[in-house]
Write a protein that binds this ligand. Structure first.
Ligand code: NDP
Length: 399
């Protein structure tokens, strides 16, 4: 029985709280804290178990430390924004409490994400005897566990990994993002990056694409992006020669994005507007639909997985491990669309792994560093069942 403090009452936070509430044998007490406390209350009111709510500005380490001292959680789950990662890690370090997140740190004034800032906590977390589990969402998160599972059970050597992320859903809006618009647009307007033969290669944003035939969904145009899990998987998957990440985008979405970029609405530097400084991307976020509100009309499926090639028993071997998730089914269960659901469920499972001692350690860890089997079992039990295709049944990539 444990106490969990969840920070962030957005689309993902809603799912984490509801899924933790479904597992009372692990999550005995649940506290939800966020900048806007009314959003915490709105989530708590939907749940037939007591959820304690608190107002918190997690950029302020002292506030988070005080809240941790008040409630004495065993674990802090950070599903606020990547900007808060280091401040929340500092508060956990000061109070000696385990930490989990779903996205790596980004400095607010530079659109750049990498793990170096969080890896720098390794020695201090180890000395304090606590663990940080980084990237316990779907991608990063489940995709890392899929790679570890393939390495453990299906390959002597893994040579290439293509992480493939398809959202074939329709929400009925002309333009909306499926998670926080600011973070999402910063991610996809960056240069594409992948790793091959021991080095990183960079391409212009969205300049490499191909049709991928996703199981249960069909062919969808998919674009090579840089994604954070590539950075840790390169370190932890033995024998890897290439790793890439592909994500689907519709024409309508890309056209809107191009226009927004061309007119400067995706800029992250402050500009003068009628005597005020405003950041265009933050203003755009205020205009776009809240991703948490898309669920009611969302139809269709997501299909996210890993296509892995390598050698088993001296022979070439191919495998695809994936999950298909239905937007409308997620909405019926937890009032959220599938992108929030596929992130929130693994955050709950990661929390469960730590709180039950199934995954334990001292320092800063990625998902692929632990035994994948209990996590894979939990995915099947908590709403994200996975499937495996082998050899000729695996979709072929044309590039
Ligand atoms: P939302 O914008 O919907 O929610 C973020 C929440 O954090 C909001 O409630 C916001 O408060 C709160 N927040 C922001 N700043 C602070 C602060 N300083 N102190 C306290 N609370 C704060 O985002 P999502 O739910 O869509 O995404 C949550 C996280 O999940 C993001 O980090 C995102 O990158 C990650 N993610 C990970 C994925 C994965 O597969 N690994 C996939 C999708 C998302 P307020 O309401 O006041 O603005």
């Amino acid at each position: 029985m444990a106490t969990v403090l969840i920070i962030g009452a957005g689309g993902v936070g809603n799912v984490v709280v509801r899924k933790c509430a479904q597992v009372p044998e692990v999550f005995d007490r649940i506290i939800l804290a966020s900048r806007t406390v009314s959003k915490c209350r709105a989530i708590a009111e939907q749940i037939d178990r007591p959820i304690e709510v608190e107002a918190l500005d997690a950029d302020d380490v002292a506030q988070t430390v005080a809240l941790i001292r008040k409630h004495k959680p065993d674990l802090v789950v950070n599903v606020a924004l990547p900007y808060q990662d280091l401040a929340i890690m500092d508060a956990c370090l000061e109070t000696g409490v385990h930490y989990l997140d779903t996205a790596n740190y980004e400095p607010p004034d530079v659109a750049k994400f990498e793990y170096k800032w969080q890896w720098a906590y390794q020695d201090r977390y180890a000395a304090k005897g606590i663990m940080a589990l980084l990237g316990s969402g779907f991608d990063p998160g489940v995709t890392n566990v899929f790679c570890a599972y393939a390495q453990k059970h299906h390959f002597d050597e893994v040579h290439s990994v293509d992480i493939v992320d398809c959202n074939a859903g329709q929400h009925g809006q002309a333009f909306a993002t499926n998670f926080n618009p600011e973070i999402n647009i910063r991610e996809i307007t960056q240069k594409g990056r992948y790793w091959q033969d021991g080095r990183w290669l960079e391409i212009d944003p969205m300049s490499l694409s191909q049709d991928i035939d996703y199981p249960e969904v069909g062919p969808r145009r998919s674009y090579l992006l840089y994604h954070e899990e590539l950075e840790s998987l390169v370190k932890h998957i033995r024998g890897l020669q290439r790793i890439r990440f592909w994500m689907t985008f519709g024409e309508e979405y890309l056209t809107h994005l191009r226009v927004l970029q061309n007119i400067g609405m995706t800029r992250i530097d402050p500009v003068d507007f009628q005597g005020h400084k405003i950041v265009p991307l933050q203003f755009l976020k205020a205009l776009l639909p809240d991703p948490g509100s898309l669920g009611a009309t969302y139809e269709g499926k997501t299909c996210i997985g890993c296509i892995i090639e390598g050698v088993q028993g001296g022979k070439p071997h191919r495998l695809m491990i994936y999950n298909v998730c239905d937007h409308a089914a997620c909405y019926r269960e937890v009032g959220a669309q599938a992108v929030s659901y596929t992130t929130g469920v693994p955050a709950m499972i990661g929390a469960k792994m730590i709180l039950t001692g199934t995954w334990s350690g001292q320092g800063v860890f990625h998902m692929e560093q632990f035994d994948p089997d209990p996590f894979m079992d939990a995915l099947n039990r908590h709403g994200l069942p996975w499937k495996v295709l082998a050899d000729d049944a695996v979709p072929r990539l044309s590039r």
